[in-house]
Design a protein around this ligand. Structure first.
Ligand code: DGY
Length: 319
């Protein structure tokens, strides 16, 4: 029997699955586990099932000890894990691709609609108690039909977002490290372009690339400046892909029309200027937040950990 440390609350089904075979120490506090407590608990662990709120770095791996075999992240993004430090120590790192594709694409599409149709503004107006009535020019937004969606990062979530946008009548362009399956490109009528062209031609730019040194501030002042002044930016990927201060200035000065954000550069802190602006919709990292999706993510993470502990290849290794 091995020792599995789970760094935060996850659906019971995943804990039960792990407990059927191993000793499980799962943090169940209402707040995220503190760093000191985490370093203390991982000592002697054979597997760590981590949430994206916990930093899994060399210090933590060393605190766990040489018996640690697997770090199973309950997320598709793994910028919280120092993967090279895991590899150096012979520790397998895993993530949860696929199971949150639809939920995250749903949120991307929601943000596209919320931003372009000014739904957040409308909701805030009603709740503020201000007087309002139907008017020909009251809270006019922009239509999606015939407009262009630029998808940055055309993996599973990018493709699922494009598929939804196409159903709303949008044309699709995308920027990606590699060509996508030609059948999918044909189905979506999607054209691969470079980032600069994408920013120039898109009416909505939606970010779906992973975060790492290569994508840090991929969208800064210059890139935001290349967008149409009528365009919208949506980010459901990772906050630091966008230079948040530059975004706040572009929104304030009307250099782009609006934005919809689910993730933040210094999460959970939101740039104070964004909080003051009406033309940005702000969600608290809800991309994968459905009961079904979070359960599937936790179960896949459990399967990853169990496979490695059992000497097998995990279903979703990173890299
Ligand atoms: C992920 O899995 O990376 C998501 O951001 C979680 O919502």
């Amino acid at each position: 029997m091995s020792r599995v440390v789970v760094t935060g609350r996850v659906p019971d089904a995943a804990i039960e699955k792990l407990r059927a075979e191993h000793e499980v120490d799962a943090w169940s506090g209402p707040e995220s586990i503190g760093r000191e407590e985490l370093l203390r608990r991982v000592a002697g662990a054979d597997a760590v099932v981590s949430l994206l709120t916990e930093r899994i770095d060399a210090e933590l791996l060393d605190a766990a000890g040489p018996q640690l075999k697997v770090v199973a992240n309950v997320a598709v993004g793994y910028d919280n894990i120092d993967v090279p430090a895991c590899t150096e120590r012979g520790i397998v790192a895993t993530n949860t691709p696929g199971v949150l594709t639809d939920a995250t694409a749903d949120i991307a599409l929601s943000l596209i609609l919320m931003a372009t149709r000014r739904l957040g503004e409308g909701e805030r107006l009603i709740r503020s108690g201000q007087a309002w009535k139907w008017g020909m020019f009251f809270l006019l937004g922009s239509s999606l039909q015939g407009k262009t969606l630029g998808v940055v990062g055309m993996g599973g979530i990018g493709q699922a977002t494009a598929r939804r946008a196409k159903a709303f009548g949008m044309e699709i362009v995308y920027q990606s490290r590699s060509e996508i399956d030609p059948g999918v490109a044909a189905e979506l009528g999607a054209r691969r372009v470079d980032l600069n062209e994408l920013l120039t031609v898109s009416d909505v730019v939606s970010l779906h690339c992973p975060y790492g040194p290569a994508t840090h501030h991929l969208l800064g002042a210059e890139q935001l400046g290349a967008m149409k002044s009528s365009a919208y930016l949506v980010n459901t990927a990772r906050g630091p892909i966008v230079d948040e201060a530059a975004l706040a200035s572009a929104l304030r000065e009307g250099r782009i029309a609006g934005a919809g954000l689910d993730v933040y550069e210094h999460e959970p802190r939101v740039h104070p200027e964004l909080l003051e602006l009406d033309n940005v919709v702000l969600l608290p990292h809800l991309g994968s937040a459905t009961v079904e999706t979070r359960t599937a993510m936790a179960m896949l993470a459990a399967d990853n950990a169990l496979a490695v502990l059992g000497g097998d290849r995990p279903p979703a290794p990173i890299g």
